[in-house]
Write a protein that binds this ligand. Structure first.
Ligand SMILES: Cc1ncc(COP(=O)(O)O)c(C=O)c1O
Length: 388
């Protein structure tokens, strides 16, 4: 049996009949859109992520677009984000007409470098062509960004802060979830994410009721929400009153039913992922550069990423031994054609560019057996020892 890179079937087997019953219940209920599971899931997700409010939506990409729309961010505005991330982080800005400004990362955690961020904001202010509006920090590979430092920079410049926790939902820093520092935290339920569903889905966690209300409206075509209709009378059902330009970003009820089941084991899975990560350090820590988690941080280990100068050689050697690997991300976003027109921090992004050519991710999931992991460790070890 080949070693799976991520084993969703082991998780499905563990969840068993209740998972299938939950899906069938939605199928039989007919409440396919905004059924009761949606509200229940949002309540439980908010509790898990220590947020006053949670809004489910169509994807992790739309979860980033919705708050930008709510804050009226658009043409002429700058939003600062890392370039060492999945394209969706940066894509959210052009989708609302705004410009991403790419910032470098810390060499040890791969997350946004607060000093590069500060310098990039100062440069954009000096240039005067764009108006700085927000920062998107990414919890890359599952570990929390340096929120205390990033939030200090964002606050000092009067900018909103989004935590793009698509890969990191469930991660903590000193026991606190990213929403403690950020104005909103977003996530993705793409199946391969640590908390994934059986299709597309996403969520926006927030702590301001007015903002949450706006997000509720934007998610369904700018429909009038409580604050729009309170104290007013209408000739027609205000349900069909559309008071702002929004979109359709509803998550399917079936996905909420799946996620409610997955939430029951999510904390346990995070612990299991951390046991797997600890074992990798024991087996590989002396041979290759293994990931460093920020002090006080707990990663959810969406990926387990090591570094080697001979990445292609290692990938080929692993493949021969039946060990899958993946490269996240071989081309930084600012180096991709359509994104190369946007500004970067002063001095460019040397750390991002160096890391992009060296990183390689190994199998990581909560159900990785000791035997399989030993095979991965032995295969990496053998390659490194003979290719020093
Ligand atoms: C960092 C990051 N942001 C945003 C997204 C977008 O999520 P989705 O695929 O659900 O739109 C992803 C996932 O693919 C991601 O990894």
């Amino acid at each position: 049996m080949p070693i799976p890179f991520i084993d969703l079937q082991a998780q499905r087997t563990r969840l068993g009949q209740p998972l299938e019953d939950a899906i069938l219940k939605v199928v039989r209920s007919g409440a396919y859109i905004m059924g009761p599971e949606i509200g229940e899931f949002e309540k439980q997700l908010a509790a898990f992520g220590q947020a006053p409010f949670a809004l489910s939506c169509g994807s992790g990409t739309e979860a980033l677009v919705l708050p930008l729309m709510a804050w009226g961010i658009g043409p002429g505005d700058a939003v600062f984000c890392p370039s060492f991330t999945f394209a969706a982080t940066a894509e959210a800005m052009p989708l609302v007409g705004a410009s991403p400004v790419f910032v470098d990362i810390e060499p040890d955690t791969y997350n946004l470098d607060p000093q590069s961020l500060d310098a990039a904001i100062a440069q954009v202010k000096r240039d005067g062509k764009l108006t700085p509006r927000a920062v998107i920090a990414v919890d890359l590979f599952g570990q929390p960004a340096d929120y205390p430092a990033i939030a200090e920079v964002a606050r000092r410049h009067g900018l909103k802060l989004i935590a793009d926790s698509a890969q990191g939902f469930g991660c903590t820093l000193d026991g606190r979830h990213p929403i403690h520092w950020a104005d909103v935290a977003t996530t993705s339920f793409f199946p391969a994410k640590p908390l994934g569903c059986y299709g597309d889905g996403g969520a926006v966690l927030s702590k301001d009721e007015r903002l949450h209300d706006l997000l509720v409206s934007l998610r369904v075509h700018g429909q009038a929400v409580k604050s729009d209709i309170d104290g007013k009378t209408f000739e027609h059902d205000p349900k069909y009153l559309n008071v702002r330009i929004g979109m359709n970003s509803r998550m399917d009820t079936i996905q909420a039913a799946v996620l409610l089941q997955k939430l029951t084991i999510f904390a346990d899975e995070i612990e299991a992922r951390n046991r797997v990560a600890d074992r990798y350090v024991q087996g590989l820590g002396d041979l290759v550069r293994t990931p460093r988690v920020i002090d006080g941080g707990v990663s959810v280990w969406a990926q387990y990423t090591i570094e080697t100068p001979n990445r292609d050689g290692l990938a080929a050697a692993l493949r021969e031994q039946g060990v899958p690997s993946a490269v996240y991300y071989p081309i930084p976003i600012h180096k991709q054609g359509v994104y190369s027109v946007y500004p970067t921090a002063p001095g460019g992004l040397p750390v991002t560019e160096a890391k992009a050519s060296q990183v390689i991710s190994l199998p990581m999931h909560p159900y990785l057996t000791a035997d399989d992991q030993d095979q991965v460790i032995a295969a990496v070890g053998a390659f490194v020892k003979t290719n020093r």
